[in-house]
Structure formats: C-alpha cells, structure tokens
Design a protein around this ligand. Structure first.
Ligand SMILES: *Cc1c(COP(=O)(O)O)cnc(C)c1O
Length: 221
C-alpha cells in the first residue's frame, strides 16, 4: 500500500472506532479530505482510493483544481473564509460551502436558478478576526439564510480553538446546533473535527469531518 493509502485506511479505522465509542453509525459521518496546497496528482490518487469529497480553502486554487479534475466527479467543499465578491464563482464549482458567516455573504450567494448546500460557521473564539459568526449573531444569520433563495442550510460548522480541550469546544458547538435547529429543524448537520480532534468531534455529534494532514501527509511548503 502507498503511504497515502495507509494513512487513509488508518483514519478510516479511527473514525469507525470513534463512531463505535459514541454508539453512532459511521455511515452518518462524511469525511472530507482537505487538500489545500496539495497537487492535483494527490487528489487523483485519493479519488482512486475511493475518496468522493474533498475540501479547499482558497478560491483560486479550488477553482483551478476543480476544473482540472472535473472528470473525476468529486464533490468540492469550500471550507475557507470567503470574500463576497468571490461568492458567485465559488458557487459554480462547490457542492457545499462550509463558511457562511455573515449576512453580506448570504446576499452574495443568493440565486434564483440553482441551489447550493451550506453550513453557517460559528466562531468559538473571542477573536472576531477568526472566521465565523459570533454566537450572538447566529440566529439572525440562520434566518437570513432560510429567507434567501439558492441556499440549502445543512447545519453548523466550527473549528476548535487552540488552547482549549477540543471536546469542550465541540460540546458548545453542539449546543449552538440545537439553537440552529429550533429555527431550521432540518439543519442538524455538524461540520467539525480535523486531523487532531476528529475523535472528540465524533463524540460530540459531528456529521462532516474536515481532515487534511492526517490523510494527505504534511502540506508542501
Ligand atoms: C486546513 C483545514 C482543515 C484540515 O486541517 P488538518 O489539520 O490538516 O486536518 C479543516 N478545516 C479547515 C477550515 C481548514 O482550513
């Protein structure tokens, strides 16, 4: 087996183990392999290994990769901070946008023609420079998404802050997800969990994991 196949297999085992520990069906967990900075050759290898969902965080890089690999039929997830002026272009190739964090971006994503799946991102830190809406802005943001044609809300996305045990942060996200579901009963998905904290995320109900280096190896400099 290649190193890539070995790492992928070992993460799949880790996910299955955590799901068993949580008493959850692993079929309810989608793994998105975050391939930012990685070459298209690696993404093609991932596709051969059965990966169907990949994530990118920079528009230009994502757009170019999605175009070059269009024949593979991958689902592209946009997970990075998104400028409103790039929103329409991202819609064109992304199946899911994980980083909807403000009203202006929702307006920029509006479409009468097509629908895109999305998550509202919540910021679990006190630093407003981080991506994500502050928790006190979550409800109005969710209501705005629900009122905007062309967006299908899947749920809530969060990144565990540094300097705090991830499980505690993910537990907060889970509570915030319950608030989201009061407004949007179908939007119970939770995009959270990365290479070093996906186990804790699964224990707190994550449905979409965004895993990079644990599968891809280190990112090229
Ligand atoms: C890079 C990135 C990931 C993956 O991080 P790893 O630590 O490599 O698993 C997940 N989510 C977002 C938003 C990212 O930018």
């Amino acid at each position: 087996m290649s190193d890539l196949a070995t790492r992928l297999a070992s993460v799949r085992v880790g996910i299955a183990d955590a799901a068993a520990e949580a008493g959850r069906d692993p079929a309810g967990i989608t793994t998105i392999v975050v391939t930012k900075f990685q070459p298209v050759s690696l993404i093609a290898q991932l596709a051969e290994l059965g990966v169907t969902d990949v994530g990118e965080n920079r528009h230009q890089e994502a757009q170019a990769k999605a175009a070059e690999l269009a024949h593979l039929g991958l689902r592209w997830h946009f997970v990075g901070q998104l400028q409103s002026k790039k929103a329409r272009q991202v819609r064109a190739y992304a199946s899911v946008i994980h980083s909807v964090d403000r009203v202006g971006l929702v307006d920029a994503l509006r479409s009468e023609e097509a629908s895109v799946d999305c998550f509202v991102q919540v910021n679990l830190t006190d630093d407003p420079g981080r991506g994500g809406a502050q928790p006190e802005h979550l409800e109005p943001l969710v209501e705005h998404v629900l009122d905007t044609p062309g967006l299908r809300l899947l749920g809530l996305m969060a990144v565990a802050p540094l300097g705090e045990p991830p499980r505690a942060a993910f537990a907060r996200a889970r509570t915030l997800s319950e608030r989201v579901q009061r407004l949007a009963p179908g939007a119970g998905a939770l995009s959270m969990g990365m290479s070093h904290d996906y186990r804790e995320a699964i224990l707190e109900g994550a449905t979409h994991l965004r895993i990079g280096t644990a599968i891809t190896g280190n990112r090229p400099a």
